[in-house]
Design a protein around this ligand. Structure first.
Ligand code: NAP
Length: 300
């Protein structure tokens, strides 16, 4: 029996685990992928206090080591359901069942897809959602980054250091990304912009060869030869599996109170998966700390 069982090991989940363990509680953390969540595939992080510049994999491993050194049990499985009976939660995974006095959901988000023709066919054959994983396949080649947020601008700069040319295709002519990132990207000679435009179709034979682009101002369509496309058009919460608990809002994010508790007593949530305005590593670790302290208070 755990005191706190955390689902998801991104920065919020790992911070919950660190705070829970330091409160003298028995803590487990379940993760289906690599520790770090979205952070682990981020090439360069430059706005997390204490590190002027650090890569996501190193920051993830630093948090992971700090957490496991405190005695947190890491469970590499996928959670299928959470049930509560007589004040005890049972979390079922693809391998086992675990009991806990409290549960903290920190499952984060996953990348949205453009959902246009040809996307499924060329996934992994020219279309990617991870620059750090797949960027090296496009060394010296031309790629497109779709999106105008912080992820698109950051990943475009990472790809610009590998690829010949990076074309940022954004549906508006103003960026959602922080102005500092927008200005920094402008310093790269090999980043070009295709604004007020979107991809309508992916085309090719065995691998991606062309995209059909629409100019949203003129409604003109044209074909462009391209080696790869990286989509960074926002995030969707990992909450499909939680619908039975009634804790998910209409937008798919989990609703919590100021203690990061859901409407189910003893069930907390934190990080990108909750309904909130700002999604940063700094805010994720803050959520994680508060949710673990709230869980600790609930147990005591
Ligand atoms: P985001 O901020 O939601 O930006 C998504 C971008 O994709 C927007 O520019 C949006 O256009 C565009 N878009 C959305 N749907 C589209 C569609 N169907 N077709 C074409 N374009 C589409 O997502 P994100 O960049 O992944 O960031 C997610 C969160 O993480 C944000 O809160 C962000 O601040 C945070 N984050 C922070 C950092 C950092 O601080 N260094 C790094 C990465 C992520 P519109 O602008 O027109 O809506």
């Amino acid at each position: 029996m755990f005191d706190i069982l955390i689902i998801g090991s991104g920065p919020s989940g790992m911070t919950s685990a660190i705070y829970g363990a330091r409160s003298g509680l028995t803590v487990g953390i379940i993760e289906r992928g690599a520790p770090g969540g979205a952070m682990v595939t981020t090439a360069s992080i430059e706005n997390y206090p204490g590190f002027s510049k650090i890569d996501g994999a190193t920051l993830s491993m630093n948090m992971f080591e700090q957490m496991t050194n405190l005695g947190v049990t890491f469970i590499g499985e996928e959670v299928l359901s959470i049930k509560k009976d007589n004040d005890i939660f049972t979390v079922e995974t693809n391998y086992a069942k675990y009991d806990s006095k409290t549960v903290i959901i920190a499952t984060g988000t996953m990348q949205k897809k453009l959902s246009v023709s040809g996307e499924d066919k060329f996934t992994g054959r020219g279309i990617s959602w991870c620059a750090i994983c797949d960027g090296s396949f496009y060394k010296g080649k031309d790629v497109i980054v779709v999106g105008g947020g912080n992820s698109a601008l950051e990943e475009a700069m990472y790809l610009a250091s590998i690829c010949k040319t990076v074309y940022i295709i954004h549906r508006r002519d103003e960026f959602r990304a922080d102005s500092m990132l927008v200005n920094k990207a402008k310093e790269f000679d090999n980043i070009k912009y295709i604004l007020s435009s979107t991809i309508k179709e992916f085309l090719g034979d065995k691998k991606l060869e062309k995209v059909l682009i629409t100019n949203l101002k003129t409604n003109e369509d044209y074909l462009m030869d391209i080696d790869g496309v990286f989509e960074f058009i926002g995030q969707t919460p990992n909450t499909n599996w939680l619908s039975e608990l009634g804790i998910v809002g209409e937008n798919g994010f989990i609703k919590v109170n100021s203690e990061f508790e859901t409407t189910v007593k003893g069930l907390f949530a934190c990080g990108d998966v909750i309904d909130k305005g700002v999604r940063q590593i700094a805010t994720a670790v803050s959520d994680g700390a508060i949710s673990a302290l709230s869980a600790s208070h609930y147990i005591k």
